[in-house]
Write a protein that binds this ligand. Structure first.
Ligand code: HEM
Length: 491
């Protein structure tokens, strides 16, 4: 309780965009006129040399977290100029960004009056549109483009209509996965869950989101998740720190884009699968949302494969890892809550009652945000505030926020480096205004006029369902971020 009071006092006195005593809101921060105006520190260095030196620091000598942390210390500011990869020699991009690394400055990226989001999902670099059927899919559209509202509303409509199927398909595919993992543990003593989890995710997402059953198409059932993995990897490799031996990673993964034709065959098969098996949803996109068949199919594939499959594949292993690494008796508490609140069966409604389960999900998203970086381009000149200063930003400049550091903002989160499973319980729910994994606050609502993740609530509720299912089936689990060593069945 004392901790909760301390946290509340802290938020009331120094949360972003707020004056003491003001209540917490999810509104983007207003420039604080009382803060001193400062020129944005940092520079982009010499042409070519500056970007390549920053790229090598980012991928090789420091790694992303240290890269941003070192520069905060050097400039004594959470807002500064730097370069981010990809860059020299073979990418035609502008690597110059303004880093925004505290909760207050980061939140400017949600205000669509002052920023735009055209073609900057992964920064100034954009993978070829060949990866998405020569169409700029929703995630690359700005809110000022009419297609954004069409596609986003279509996506949110699918999710809204299909929530019940979503839950039943999720639980049924998860049940199969757990059964198979138990068998493997009995035979081998442990079981890697990464590929089984991807298979479960692919199967459930196809059925729940597109109404398409992979088991009707043997090749898709067997290899659909691999096809998506390869398609994702080729789009993202130039921007991702993989950890392969250097300089091999720099030479082979970060120096050029891989062409679409390497994964074109698999993509075509997935496209045909959606067209044939997801007919009803594809027709709805055309009839009710005025999209062409091409726009509908490629947007569905992108949301299913990139947003949902990609996001969950990174996120759910992180949830398991946090739970199995805990040494404070978290599993017993989860078991108790799940069995008390889920006795009538598991559903989105029942997991909404499970405060601790939800808080574990939020705390994992805070410390291990699956999409680590967000970008936004200044739509016009404006003033950007950090906790300490105000800065002038010019139209066209690119903001870049690295979530891992933003979510450890000591002015918002007590003991920011520590995984506190109950951080978001009770009064702690106010902190949801500062949980930004979805490109918006967890207390906000995705809509056609913003760029917040359309699946925001489905993501957190599904992860809560995942945890609740595990602790209704098992008394305890042990393992790590990629495998289970023991799954002790509920007695
Ligand atoms: C753990 C899973 C997920 C994570 C971490 C995640 C994260 C995100 C993030 C960070 C963005 C904003 C990207 C940006 O503009 O900078 C986003 C956008 C989006 N997400 Fe998710 N997402 C997840 C799952 C889903 C699911 C399940 C769906 C729907 C089935 C979905 C649909 C979308 C769509 C359509 C957008 C584009 C929104 C727009 O353009 O306005 N996502 N997601």
């Amino acid at each position: 309780m004392a901790g909760t009071t301390m946290m509340t006092t802290k938020m009331m006195s120094s949360a972003p965009g707020m004056t003491p005593g003001q209540s917490v809101t999810s509104q983007p921060p207003q420039p604080s006129t009382s803060l001193p105006l400062r020129t944005i520190p940092g520079s982009y260095g010499w042409p070519l040399l500056g970007p390549i030196s920053d790229r090598l620091d980012y991928f090789w000598f420091q790694g992303p977290e240290k890269f941003f942390k070192n520069r905060i210390e050097k400039h004594q500011s959470t807002v500064f100029r730097t370069n981010v990869p990809p860059s020299f020699p073979f990418f035609r991009v502008n690597p110059n960004v303004i880093a925004v690394l505290d909760c207050k400055s980061f939140a400017h990226m949600f205000d669509m009056d002052i920023v735009e989001k055209k073609n900057i999902l992964v920064g100034d670099f954009m993978p070829s549109v060949k990866f998405t059927g020569n169409i700029r899919v929703c995630a690359y559209l700005d809110t000022a483009e009419p297609q954004h509202a069409q596609v986003k509303n279509f996506t949110m409509d699918i999710l809204k209509r299909g929530s019940k199927v979503w839950v039943s398909e999720f639980l049924s595919s998860l049940d199969t996965m757990c059964y198979n993992l138990e068998t493997t543990i009995k035979e081998k003593g442990s079981a890697s869950f990464l590929l089984p989890m991807q298979k479960f995710l692919f199967e459930f997402l196809c059925k729940a989101f597109v109404g398409a059953d992979p088991s009707t198409t043997p090749e898709i059932a067997k290899s659909g998740h691999f096809m998506i993995d390869r398609w994702l990897a080729l789009q993202l490799l130039p921007t991702v720190h993989v950890g392969v031996l250097q300089p091999l990673e720099e030479i082979f993964l970060h120096s050029f884009s891989y062409p679409f034709f390497l994964v074109g065959g698999g993509y075509k098969k997935l496209q045909n699968f959606i067209l044939e098996q997801g007919k009803e949803v594809v027709e709805r996109g055309q009839k009710e949302y005025g999209l062409s068949q091409e726009e509908t199919v490629h947007n569905l594939l992108f949301t299913l494969g990139f947003n949902a499959f990609g996001g969950f594949s990174l996120f759910l292993p992180g949830v398991i890892n946090r739970v199995v690494s805990d040494e404070t008796g978290l599993q017993e508490k989860l078991v108790k809550e799940v069995r008390e609140k889920g006795s009538q069966g598991l559903s989105f409604d029942s997991v909404k009652e499970m405060e601790l389960v939800q808080s574990v999900v939020y705390e994992t998203l805070r410390l291990d945000p699956p999409v680590p970086i967000q970008y936004a381009r200044a739509r016009r000149d404006f003033q950007l505030s950090s906790h300490d200063n105000v800065f002038d930003v010019k139209k066209g400049e690119l903001l870049c926020g690295f979530q891992q550091l933003v979510m450890k903002d000591p002015k918002v989160f007590d003991e920011p480096e520590t995984f506190k499973p109950d951080r978001f319980v009770g009064e702690g729910k106010k902190l949801l205004n500062y949980l930004y994994w979805s490109n918006g606050p967890q207390s906000g609502s995705p809509s056609e006029s913003n760029k917040q993740c359309a699946g925001k609530d489905h993501v957190t509720l599904s992860a809560a369902l995942f945890l609740a299912y595990l602790f209704s089936r098992y008394d305890s689990i042990s393992g790590d971020s990629s495998s289970f060593k023991a799954l002790v069945k509920a007695t």
